[in-house]
Write a protein that binds this ligand. Structure first.
Ligand code: PRP
Length: 220
């Protein structure tokens, strides 16, 4: 038998929606996966040829881009931020919907974007932030944070943030308001391009199973 495939899935909010999608595609993790107290990071599944690793969303892209995992699920925000040429993203899974947005403190949005030449932004997404502002002739100085971006304006780190917004509750709770949407986001199935060629017999049916699982989502 060839080596089992490693499937990378993200911790956090995509996980709740990803599990039913995995089940529809015929993959069920072992019981320990659902045990919140377990410190394990790698899990067997009902399929002897597939094991699952549970990692941070940005790390899903890194594991798959380097071929350490052959397949994974991650938000389109992460796929676009890294822009790895080794990643193939064949299926929009139509889950994990949110948006990547700019936000700033309520009541200070008096600046005309057309008159600005420079902004300072706290974000986990420096590439997408710079790209957005560059297209408008504005130089973005990004302060890289890995979470809790919403604290930055009130503590004087930066006036603006770029972060994911879903319900908007986190912004509201921190006195911020969404001013621009940079891009809509949804979860994608990602595959390592080299693995897709070398292990096409294993990976092509899996990609097709996910395509079908997305199609059958509303009927389920
Ligand atoms: C995300 C994001 C925001 C929040 C937005 O964080 O970074 O903080 O969700 O959601 P809302 O608009 O529904 O309030 P998440 O909770 O996924 O954790 P993270 O900080 O680890 O990314």
């Amino acid at each position: 038998m060839t080596r089992p495939l490693t499937f990378a899935i993200p911790k956090g909010r995509i996980l709740d929606e990803a599990l039913p999608m995995l089940a529809r595609a015929g993959i069920e993790p072992e019981a320990e996966f659902h045990d919140k107290k377990s410190r394990a990071l790698r899990f067997a599944t009902n399929r002897p040829d597939i094991s699952i690793i549970r990692v941070r969303a940005f790390d899903v892209a890194t594991f798959v881009a380097h071929g350490a995992a052959q397949i994974g699920i991650v938000g389109s925000d992460v796929v676009e931020e890294f822009d790895y040429s080794e990643l193939y993203a064949p299926v929009d899974l139509d889950i994990g919907h949110c948006r990547l947005s700019i936000a700033e403190p309520v009541g200070v949005s008096d600046e005309d974007e057309a008159a600005m030449s420079h902004v300072r932004v706290a974000t986990k997404y420096p590439y997408l932030t710079r790209r957005y502002y560059e297209a408008r002739g504005i130089q973005a100085e990004c302060v890289k944070l890995n979470g809790a971006m919403e604290l930055a304006p009130s503590l004087g780190l930066s006036r603006r943030i770029v972060d994911l917004v879903s319900s908007g509750a986190t912004l509201k709770a921190n006195g911020l308001v969404e001013t621009h949407v940079i891009m809509p986001v949804s979860a994608r199935l990602i595959v390592n391009r080299a693995a897709f060629k070398m292990r096409s017999a294993d990976l092509t049916p899996l990609v097709e199973a996910f395509r079908k699982a997305v199609g059958g989502k509303d009927a389920a």
